[in-house]
Design a protein around this ligand. Structure first.
Ligand SMILES: Nc1ncnc2c1ncn2[C@@H]1O[C@H](COP(=O)(O)OP(=O)(O)O)[C@@H](O)[C@H]1O
Ligand SMILES: O=P(O)(O)OC[C@H](O)CO
Length: 496
């Protein structure tokens, strides 16, 4: 019987299980959404038990009848779970990466020397986005949690850790591990030693006893086996998995993933590049027995989720795909710009005080202009991070490799090429996140021999060339920057 590699991709909006063959082709897949719990303005939660159940459901469907040589896990990053090691019950809902309840915590940290320590040691910056502040909030607000953490009963994990612990037996001996890419998003790991950092743990008041062990992203020995005996040989954050899936193994190679948010990562090789323009330094991946590869990252909080907002809250479209048909009815944005700063603005601005703004409205505007402005906002935000990345790294992109759910939208990809002035290239398998987790798992078991083996699997399905004149591009970007300035200084952090 032939053998394949399985992947579980636990994303912000849905969970997918996929099976790949040696050529990187998809053999089977199944996907299920889970609830977005929005208890207050700015709060976003997931039910960890629901996520675990969805994971089981999609795995059962996709893996049925197929023999798996190994399984890789990839996940939404930063989302924070705490649970009881004796029962497996979460102490609270998971706090999702988009949640802004920690804005006061991080704003205070940035006012003194602690902000500098966080930047220097973790490669990140004080922001609501990362796990450290979320864990501090839980320790301060959930009754009995700090005591349970100190005596070793409470465990912390990002979603990789939560799934791996459950997959390997839960209260009956489940492994409590994370990988180096997920750990690099907590504000608790030292980016040079790749270990938890005592000074960072002190800043956030986090007891060491609740933390998982940090392991390489691809490793035959780190992650145990599923109840069916399939070796779990890889775990990595979804954006890092997409770097692997897009075979960006050389320094200077980059990809942009368009999902709930957008995440542009540039591989910088074994050297750690620090940004002076609002990008993050992060671990790209680490294969067992090798040094880590680092990346510069531009994270954008709201892109595909703005399309979801049009669908679910405003109801101007019935499906995400309809955004393309409606936006195609108009030739341009009709003067309208939409800055979807629902969680403040992430890279390169890092402004928790920003909120969504629609500007330039006149009576002429229609729902089609709003939808087109939403697609343009996805692309303008990407241009902001590309500009910062090119200046910080000295690398000039001659093509942008893209993937993720939004890249199904051909109009949006054409707009991206027009707004950037650079061709945009989509691979045959746009599910590069799951593919990257499968690659990392397969490399650990010898299913693939080396990263070079994987390059041969990458194949372009479509390329978009820029069509706008340079003056049109410059004028559009100038207006976008004006729109961004209108979205700032809205939330008065610290005001009662
Ligand atoms: N045709 C489309 N046009 C625009 N956005 C789309 C389209 N199809 C899906 N999306 C958006 O893509 C996102 C889902 O992409 P996906 O890569 O599955 O995200 P995630 O991994 O964050 O769950 C959703 O936010 C959805 O609104
Ligand atoms: O689940 P996605 O694809 O929206 O990715 C979320 C990111 O990992 C958040 O940092």
């Amino acid at each position: 019987m032939d053998e394949y590699i399985g992947a579980i991709d636990q994303g912000t909006t849905s969970t997918r299980a996929m099976v790949f063959d040696h050529a990187g082709r998809v053999l089977a897949q199944h996907q299920l959404e889970h609830r977005q719990i929005l208890p207050r303005a700015g709060w976003v939660e997931h039910d960890p038990v629901e996520i675990w159940e969805r994971t089981n459901d999609v795995a059962r469907e996709a893996f049925a009848g197929l023999r798996l040589r190994a399984l890789g896990i990839t996940n939404q990053r930063e989302t924070t779970v705490v649970w009881d090691r004796r029962t497996g019950r979460p102490y609270a809902n998971a706090i999702v990466w988009q949640d802004t309840r920690t804005d006061r915590i991080v704003t205070e940290l940035d006012r003194d020397v602690r902000g500098r320590v966080i930047r220097q040691r973790s490669g990140l910056l004080p922001a609501t986005y990362f796990a450290g502040g979320k864990l501090q909030w839980l320790l301060e607000n959930v009754d009995g949690l700090r005591r349970a953490a100190l005596n070793g009963d409470a465990l912390f994990g990002t979603i990789d850790t939560w799934l791996l612990w459950n997959l390997t037996g839960g209260p009956d001996g489940g492994v409590h591990v994370t990988d180096v890419t997920n750990a690099s998003r907590t504000m608790l790991m030292n980016l040079e030693t790749l270990q938890w950092d005592d000074q960072l743990l002190r800043i956030f008041g986090v007891p060491r006893a609740m933390l998982p062990q940090i392991r390489p992203s691809s490793d035959p020995a780190s992650y145990g086996r599923t109840p069916d005996g399939v070796p779990l040989t890889a775990a990595l954050g979804d954006q890092h998995a997409a770097v692997v899936g897009q075979v960006c193994f050389a320094a200077g190679e980059a990809k942009n993933t368009y999902g709930t948010g957008n995440f542009l990562l540039l591989n910088t090789g074994p050297s750690l590049v620090r940004s002076s323009r609002g990008l993050l330094t992060t671990v790209a991946y680490q294969f067992a027995g090798q040094p880590a590869a680092y990346a510069l990252e531009g994270s954008i909080a709201v892109t595909g989720s703005a399309v979801q907002w049009l669908r679910d809250q405003l109801r101007v479209i019935a499906t995400a795909a309809e955004s393309e048909t409606l936006a195609s009815k108009v030739a341009d944005n009709g003067g309208m710009y939409f800055v979807p700063a629902f969680s403040g603005l992430f890279a390169p601005y890092w402004r928790p005080d920003a909120r969504g703004a629609i500007v330039g409205l006149s009576r002429f505007n229609t729902d089609a202009h709003l939808v087109r402005a939403t697609l343009e906002a996805i692309c303008y935000q990407s241009r902001d991070v590309v500009e910062a990345m090119q200046q910080d790294s000295g690398v000039t992109l001659d093509v942008l490799k893209v993937d993720g759910g939004v890249t199904a939208n051909d109009l949006c990809m054409q707009l991206q090429a027009d707004i950037l002035g650079v061709p945009v290239s989509r691979p045959r398998v746009a599910e590069t996140t799951a593919l990257g987790a499968a690659y990392a798992a397969g490399l650990a078991t010898g299913f693939w021999d080396s990263p070079d083996d994987l390059r041969a699997n990458w194949d372009e399905s479509r390329r978009w060339q820029p069509t706008w004149s340079s003056s049109q591009r410059a004028e559009g970007y100038r207006r976008w920057k004006m729109a961004v300035s209108r979205a700032l200084d809205w939330v008065e952090i610290g005001a009662a």
